[in-house]
Design a protein around this ligand. Structure first.
Ligand code: F6P
Length: 341
């Protein structure tokens, strides 16, 4: 069996690898290789052996020991890509693949499955925005890291009567911002899913200051905080979303313009949220995904991916993993609407 990790890394990837290799070896007598740097390793036949001794220490190790990339093996055409993948798998004696990744990696896995390449998937993204699973590992760790940062930032913010603006990852879905904002007690939380009323944000900041608190604002990197002109001229991605960086700084600019004399500081958490040791919850979910995926490989349940449905991990068609992002619904946004924290 061949394992690969593709796309942005996240805490828990190594836990999937560990569980899959240990269960596959011990329960089914499988042998494993790990392809390096996602689909690049598959295309180039760049693989290393993965045995029990290699994977046993990996449960709590962040990142991915296999490396990752955003290489798309089908970029030069599906037929050509499939032929190259098949050739490399044959040369290495690999019967089937376990692809661990997000929207892009699983999209490639889906296309390979449709072309007859034996593959199963396991979903990952710290953004937690895959529609085919109720949760992905990495998200819990990312939110805890962001909340820890906010807890620290509010004490220094309070000392200096400053508004602290914290930018978190999430280009299309605001799950990290929503949960960070709730858990850190943010006064304002801005998500990509909603239009931002900058005057209302400024009024909230003023009110928080007036009652003697230091405002905490959590903003998704994809939140619509840029001025109208910047948005009009901005490039758009495949989803039609505006591609403008610097949400934290843009927001600071707009709020300071509306609250004269306001002192602010912006902290961009960025890749800090993707690093480090996975939380207990993420280790468990990652392990369950690895176990489910390897059972699917053993049973020949190909073209499927591990998925959390309620409390159960089940295999669902790979094709369900792509196309529709799971964004924050209005009902979740309404839960805290209008409350003064
Ligand atoms: O999809 C995961 C993610 O971490 C996003 O939240 C973020 O926008 C993006 O990846 C960053 O990607 P890169 O590692 O290429 O900068």
């Amino acid at each position: 069996m061949g394992i690969l990790t593709g796309g942005g890394d996240c805490p828990g990837l190594n836990a999937v690898i560990r569980a899959a290799v240990l269960a596959g070896t011990q329960r089914h007598g499988m042998e494993f290789v790990g392809f390096l740097d996602g689909w690049r390793g598959v295309l180039e036949g760049d693989a290393v052996p993965l045995d029990e001794e290699r994977v046993r220490p990996l449960l709590a190790v962040g990142g991915t020991v296999l490396g990752s990339s955003r290489t798309n093996p089908l970029a030069d055409g599906v037929d050509e890509g499939v032929a190259r993948v098949r050739k490399q798998l044959k040369a290495l004696g690999v019967d089937a693949l376990l692809a661990i990744g997000g929207e892009d990696t699983l999209g490639v896995a889906t296309a390979l499955h449709e072309a007859g390449v034996p593959v199963v998937g396991a979903p990952k993204t710290i953004d937690d925005d895959l529609s085919a699973t109720d949760a992905t590992f990495g998200f819990d760790t990312a939110v805890q890291t962001a909340v820890d940062a906010c807890d620290r930032l509010v004490t220094t913010g309070a000392s200096h009567h400053r508004a602290m603006i914290v930018e978190v990852m999430g280009r299309h879905a605001g799950w990290i911002a929503l949960h960070t904002g709730m858990a850190a007690g943010a006064h304002v939380t801005l998500l990509p899913e909603e239009d931002v009323d900058l005057d209302e944000v400024a009024a909230t900041v003023r009110a928080v200051l007036d009652r003697g608190q230091a405002p905490l604002i959590v903003v998704s990197e994809g939140a619509k905080v840029h001025g109208d002109e910047a948005v009009r001229n901005a490039p758009r991605d495949a989803f039609g979303h505006v591609q403008l960086g610097g949400a934290g700084e843009a927001l600071e600019h707009e709020v300071v313009a509306r609250v004269p004399g306001l002192s602010t500081r912006v902290t961009v958490l960025g890749h800090l949220l993707r690093g480090g040791t996975p939380s207990a919850a993420d280790r468990i979910l990652a392990t369950r995904f690895g176990l489910s995926a390897v059972e699917a490989l053993a049973a020949g349940d190909l073209g499927t991916m591990a998925s959390l449905r309620g409390v159960d991990v089940v295999q669902v068609p790979l094709a369900e993993a792509t196309g529709v992002l799971r964004t924050v619904p209005e009902s979740r946004r309404a839960e805290t609407a209008g409350l003064r924290w």
